[in-house]
Design a protein around this ligand. Structure first.
Ligand SMILES: Cc1cc2nc3c(=O)[nH]c(=O)nc-3n(C[C@H](O)[C@H](O)[C@H](O)COP(=O)(O)OP(=O)(O)OC[C@H]3O[C@@H](n4cnc5c(N)ncnc54)[C@H](O)[C@@H]3O)c2cc1C
Length: 321
């Protein structure tokens, strides 16, 4: 593809504009690691933070599997450290969100409510959001017994009783993973048939720690400071019941935050941006890192690694273009 570089396309006459070499969308681990690497390459990156400064990691109280912190680190604190380190080398972070993008020519245009940005290279690190049950108590108890990540939080439930919500591969995989810690793991599924693969189903059914409550949905998560139980309803009989539990792990899917780029970048059927091993998307000069393009690993360390890789690729790209 042939690009015109450094010719600023027309913008709204009323909006301020700014041209940058590298624009990073997202201030989670991928975005801030990308900003650090781009800043150290003297590219003066600008980060648009989105509404979640620090990203999903900031939603959890303690992260115990990010290397370099043998005692663990607070989620908010880790985001803060990432930010400070990127800023130390000249990255700027704006508390703003991209609302529209135009990737049809370079520089790429990214508009927020307040401003139009023109960027010679773009790193998309807008992450993904776990699908929620949207029941009372869920939001209040997130980080206090409600979790969307067994790898991250399973350890906190040593010897405790937990429930897992969902019927797909990730629900059963995570249920089996949680048996390493929890004394019992009850899988709650709204149907009586699982989407999960047969082998996983067999392993879960054969595991003495795993129990099942089928044809049932959670209608409320109950607790004062931490989760104490769940209110359930059987979808066939409409019978209500209460199940005491210490933890609720929800695995009912993930939605990548990629809707802004629909029709402009290649995506898979679930909306994950398709990037190659070098983080390159279908548009040269546009890179994707972290959970917006990763349905598999979904960790702080892997997302940060992808952010760093994307920034290294941007440095090479701008050197050649
Ligand atoms: C409760 C919880 C606990 C977790 N615990 C752990 C753990 O212990 N260990 C671990 O390794 N992983 C953990 N994870 C997973 C980890 O947080 C994620 O893998 C990681 O944060 C993904 O990083 P990311 O940068 O790709 O995306 P995200 O962290 O999702 O960040 C996305 C960023 O993009 C921004 N954004 C979105 N839309 C826009 C827009 N339009 N314009 C500009 N910015 C935008 C958001 O504001 C946010 O800053 C946990 C996740 C959750 C939800």
């Amino acid at each position: 593809m042939d690009f015109k570089v450094n010719v600023q396309p027309s913008s709204s006459p009323f909006k301020p504009t700014e041209s940058v070499k590298v624009l990073v969308l997202g201030s989670g681990p991928a975005g801030l690691a990308a900003a650090l690497y781009a800043a150290r390459a003297d590219l003066n990156p600008l980060v648009l933070s989105g509404i979640e400064l620090g990203g999903q990691a900031a939603l959890t109280s303690t992260i115990e599997n990010y290397p370099g912190f043998p005692e663990g680190v607070g989620g908010v604190e880790l985001g803060d450290l990432f930010q400070k380190q990127a800023e130390r080398f000249g990255a700027r972070i704006e508390l703003d969100s991209a609302s529209t993008v135009d990737l049809s020519q370079r520089p790429f245009r990214v508009s927020t409510y307040n401003k139009d940005y023109f960027a010679n290279a773009l790193i998309i690190a807008t992450g993904a959001s776990s699908n929620h049950l949207n029941v009372p108590g869920e939001k209040e108890m997130t980080g206090h017994g409600v979790s969307y990540c067994a790898t991250c939080d399973g350890w906190f439930f040593k010897g405790k009783q937990v429930v897992v919500v969902g019927g797909g591969d990730s629900a059963l995989e995570e249920a089996l993973f949680l048996t390493r810690f929890a004394s019992s793991v009850t899988v709650i599924h709204r149907r009586d048939i699982f989407r999960a693969g047969a082998i996983l189903q067999r392993r879960a059914k054969e595991d003495p720690k795993v129990k099942f409550i089928l044809d049932s949905v959670i209608t409320k998560i109950v607790g004062q400071k931490v989760v104490e139980g769940i209110q359930l309803q059987n979808v066939k009989t409409h019978e209500d019941s209460f199940l005491p539990t210490d933890g609720v792990f929800i695995f009912i899917g993930h939605t990548p935050n990629s809707s802004l780029f629909k029709g402009q970048l290649d995506m898979d059927e679930s909306g994950y941006i398709q990037a190659d091993g070098k983080m390159q998307t279908s548009v040269p000069g546009v890179y994707a890192a972290g959970e917006v393009s990763d349905p598999v690993f979904r960790q702080v360390v892997t997302s940060a690694g992808m952010g760093a890789a994307a920034a290294i690729q941007v440095t090479n790209f701008l050197g050649k273009n």
